[in-house]
Every structure is written in structure tokens, then in C-alpha cells.
Design a protein around this ligand. Structure first.
Ligand code: GRF
Length: 199
């Protein structure tokens, strides 16, 4: 069973879905938030998972990332999962966890990297959107995709309505993608997501 740490900044609904699906191939051993008020911390505590608050205010990126790294190593984390973690991680941190660091993004990457995704998808009159789980590389939202799920975009959608529809598929997608990684069925190799043993 792979030891997983989850980094959050807020609500933590993806954390909730990862908690619900654990114990098959991975176990969440630590949840870290940069925000003391993150609702996800309560979900973790309710599930009996250790939590840690690492505030970012007043720190350089390197010292904040150094604290995160030390806490993750001390806990024995083998995989680090970003789930609504709203800080950009330094290149050094990302390289240190290469192939073991994943994120979920609410678009069909490489389309719509960055923030305000749903607003931009609606503005562009897309008919399809979705979510992507990807390996994290130093460039923002640019890492190789492990898994994606699609949802329709309706002409009447507001950003909130579309966000809710995408979130619904995120909750299925993230545990599935993490399970693939924890079982060694996908790995990062020369900048590509390489799959083994898939049907
Ligand atoms: C999700 O939409 C995820 O794709 C994005 O941030 C949001 C986090 O939501 N990276 P939650 O905190 O997991 O509820």
C-alpha cells in the first residue's frame, strides 16, 4: 500500500473522494494545508488522518517548499497529491518529487491551463469540457496526462453549473488515476506518461 500525502488549500471535496476510495492500493497518511481555515482539514481529521498546517505568508517560495518537503519526507510519503492546492511549487520541489507528484485540473488539458477555466470555456462556446489528472512538471498545468474525463457544456451553463458538473467527474477520476499510479501501472518516463498492463 503506497503512502500518500494530500496537499489542499480549501474545500477538499477531491480529498473526500480520495479518502473514500483508499485502502485498496494507497493509504493517505498526511494532509497538509497552507490555509488554516481549509474545510478539507476537517474531512481529514474526521477520517483519522494526520493534518498539518504550513502557512505560506511571510516566507519565500523556497523556504515554504522546504518546509513542505521536510514534512512529507518525515511522514514517509511516497506519492504527493495536489487537490485544490493553490500555491505554485518551486522547480526544486517538483524535481524532488518527479513522477510521484500529481494534480487534478478542471479542464481537458492541454486546453485551458491556469485559472478561471470555466469562465473561459463558456466564453469560447465550447461544447465539451472535463477534468485531467496529470504528473506535475515545473511548467504550470503542463505535465503529462494520466487520465481524463469529459462532460458536456450546455449553452445555458454558468461557470458554477459547469464547475459542479466537472467536479462530479473529478471525484471518480482522481481515485482511479491515483490507483493506477500507486499500483505502478503508470509512470513518468522521459516526460511522458507510460502505461503498463492496461486493457
Ligand atoms: C477542483 O476543481 C480541482 O480541479 C482544482 O481545484 C478544485 C478543488 O476542489 N484543482 P476541492 O477542494 O477538491 O473541492
Amino acid at each position: 500500500m503506497k503512502k500518500v500525502a494530500v496537499l489542499i488549500s480549501g474545500r477538499g471535496s477531491n480529498l473526500g473522494s480520495l479518502i473514500a476510495a483508499q485502502e485498496g492500493s494507497y493509504k493517505i497518511i498526511l494532509v497538509i494545508s497552507n490555509n488554516a481555515d481549509a474545510a478539507g482539514l476537517e474531512r481529514a481529521a474526521a477520517a483519522g488522518i494526520a493534518t498539518l498546517i504550513v502557512p505560506h505568508a511571510g516566507k519565500t517560495r523556497d523556504s515554504f517548499d522546504g518546509e513542505l518537503d521536510a514534512a512529507l519526507r518525515a511522514a514517509g510519503a511516497e506519492i504527493v497529491v495536489l487537490a485544490g492546492f493553490m500555491r505554485i511549487l518551486s522547480d526544486g520541489f517538483v524535481r524532488g518529487w518527479e513522477g510521484k507528484l500529481v494534480n487534478i485540473h478542471p479542464s481537458l488539458l492541454p486546453a485551458y491551463k491556469g485559472i478561471k477555466v470555466h469562465e473561459r470555456v463558456i466564453e469560447a462556446r465550447e461544447t465539451l469540457s472535463g477534468a485531467s489528472v496529470h504528473f506535475v512538471v515545473p511548467e504550470l498545468d503542463a505535465g503529462p496526462v494520466i487520465a481524463q474525463a469529459r462532460v458536456p457544456v450546455h449553452p445555458s451553463d454558468t461557470p458554477d453549473a459547469l464547475a459542479a458538473r466537472v467536479l462530479g467527474v473529478e471525484h471518480q477520476l482522481y481515485p482511479e488515476a491515483l490507483t493506477l499510479l500507486a499500483k505502478g501501472k503508470v509512470r513518468l518516463e522521459k516526460g511522458l506518461a507510460v502505461f503498463t498492463d492496461t486493457p
